[in-house]
Design a protein around this ligand. Sequence first.
Ligand code: PMP
Length: 456
Amino acid sequence: MTNAAKLDALIAREQDRFLKLHPRSAKAWAEGRQHFLYGGPSHWMRRWAGGFPVYVEDAGGAHIRDIDGHDYVDFCLGDTGAMCGHAPEAVTQAALRQLKRGATTMLPTEDSLWVGAELSRRFGPRYWTLTTSATDANRGAIRIARMITGRPKVLVFSGCYHGGIEEAHIEIRDGRVGMRNSIHPNAVDHAAVSRIVEFNDVGGLEAALSHGDVACVLAEPLMTNFGMIPVAPGFHEALRDITRRTGTVLIIDETHTLSSGPGGYTQLYGLDPDILVAGKAIAGGIPAGLFGLSAEMAERMWKLVPFANPRQRQSAHLGIGGTLAGNALTVATMRAVLESVLTAENYEHMIANATRLAGQVRVLIANQRLPWHVTQIGARAEIMFMPEPPRNGADVIAQRNGDLEMLLHAFYMNEGILVTPFHTMLLMCPATTPGDVDRHTSVFERFIALLREAGL
Ligand code: PMP
């Protein structure tokens, strides 16, 4: 039997075990498919390696219980949306308080004053706008970059993901630009609106920005959506320098890298983006995102769209949606997160657990002489089935072992571990314990044994 056939057989076995372990979820999924376009209320919910998702009975802290009665240590944490942990008390109380006083009015509450000041304390002084998601925050930031520069294109790095952003749905494969993950091109002329280069490629970036038609670079500080791709020394300095020299707006998307510390990677490494974006966990699971403009960007915006004065009868419409954005509920829960949950003290605890997990897994990998590695940044760790951390998307494409990932993920679910389906990223929340980490380590050890038994 070839290795590929052995892997296939193991995946089939784990999926069969998954079906037997989860009869109620299987039934619910069959029913859901009669009413939802892709089975669940969000199309993302169909992508689990067991073959269908488990239905959640309840979630608390770092654990989820499904309707078949299984307990999971949750390292997926809603793909970062629940980095505060499930049902964190401060957020729950703030939400309940605010729900009783009105969730959404299109008027500000005084909590927003505290939130604005705290965001500037963490991420640097900026002028903030709240949105309902990180996708929306990126869309708003891109629109503003185009308004300010009058240029059409958005530059992204191959292997990126920034939400439902048409301009960013492309990748470089075998030297050619195409759609990432077989995403439908949606009648968008990507040649007209996008540019793409490999991450960490200073020369490529310089060349791509030299045409003067790029409004903004949209980048994560290090890449987290194609496995984790660390940033090369000096790349951020070069990125800032080239974008400044070419008049290109630099948008740093901290949606995932908020796991680096209280002020994200930006605060930790002193980055200086023109626009900073965050989302997901920022309001403790209540839908929210945000973007913040530097003072210089804000001045340029106010020249284009003056600060509202109803008497001027001037259109102040920004073309950015969000009726529910920045509403009282979002702001109250964001305040609770910043005041009581994503605190320096909790980050210390989360990072210690990520360090524990990365360390233990590295020992297992080294002892078995496996050609794998673990990357850790702050409270987040990633196990990758390749010997060295990738330098860019091309390295991931060349070396990734998708079948092995699928087998691991199906095995994880059968053994009570949850990770985000798309790659093996493990995230800690304040409620994650060393015992939870050790449970993962022992499951990972059994996974290695499973491969050995199969002669893989
Ligand atoms: N930016 C980054 C870096 C992300 O990873 C994601 C989602 N995975 C988004 C933006 C979009 O977030 P949302 O789907 O919550 O809008």
